[in-house]
Design a protein around this ligand. Sequence first.
Ligand code: CP
Length: 306
Amino acid sequence: MPLSSPHLLGLQGVPAEDIKLILDSATTFREVLERPIKKVPTLQGKTIVNLFFENSTRTRLSFELAQKRLSADTINFTTASSSTKKGETFKDTVKNIEAMKIDMIVVRHESAGVPHYLTKITRANIINAGDGRHEHPTQALLDMYSIKEKLGRIEGLKVCIVGDIAHSRVALSNIHGLITMGAEVSVCGPATMIPVGIESLGVKVYNNINKAIEEHDVLNVLRIQLERKAGTTFPTLREYHNYYGITAERLNEYNKDILILHPGPINRGVELSSEVADGPYQIILNQVTNGVAIRMAVLYLLGTRP
Ligand code: CP
């Protein structure tokens, strides 16, 4: 069965069968990444543009690598060196790129809803690589893949998303995806970082990090998004670290196996101590490796969809 949509705009409303298909396909591509020649001809002849209006290291590079591993032709757009600096509108920019006969667009933008808008003005398959505070579906898919790879399942696990929930597209995509796949999902952070009414999405709210550590199998720890003014929601970074930072002392107190994820980039000494960021509980670089496989799976499933 193909994916139910020609686009990946978010995980809200995406059926469990689609998520399962992406995770299962990623396992095949994860194996390709271990071969001496890490390339398959699957998307030969397809042209993909990476349209990044916001900074990125992991997502942009892993999408580009995934496209090359699938033998697609790729072009990269970054705002800093584009004619948007001369006043060209977003719509004109996209229509001109589409006129070059591209098949798929991977887009990151600081405004929520841009990927959805692209589906209305182009015929390309659209993949959301992060839109404002809204969604970052491939990040949540690679998080779920990494949890399943390590713990063997998602269903029934207790997963807590910690930190700057209010500014986080990673949180929202994880909440939708994990609940669809049968996990029990919570959020933990200072009240100023937890959106009012978030319980209506089916999550439990914790304000005490020690209790969250004690009661969960997995912590997905988010970056404090200082560029989105998250620093105005608590007095100082040191105070945030004291109350919510994940430290070895906190983890050791409960003497239990707990899996620590972080989407990156990390603010070391703020949401994670360096000891935890490099320590035995975390799988941060596995997430990055799995990100290439997940993006190969999404590109393959959308690019070959009938
Ligand atoms: N996790 C993530 O989206 O990282 P980048 O901003 O570096 O792409």
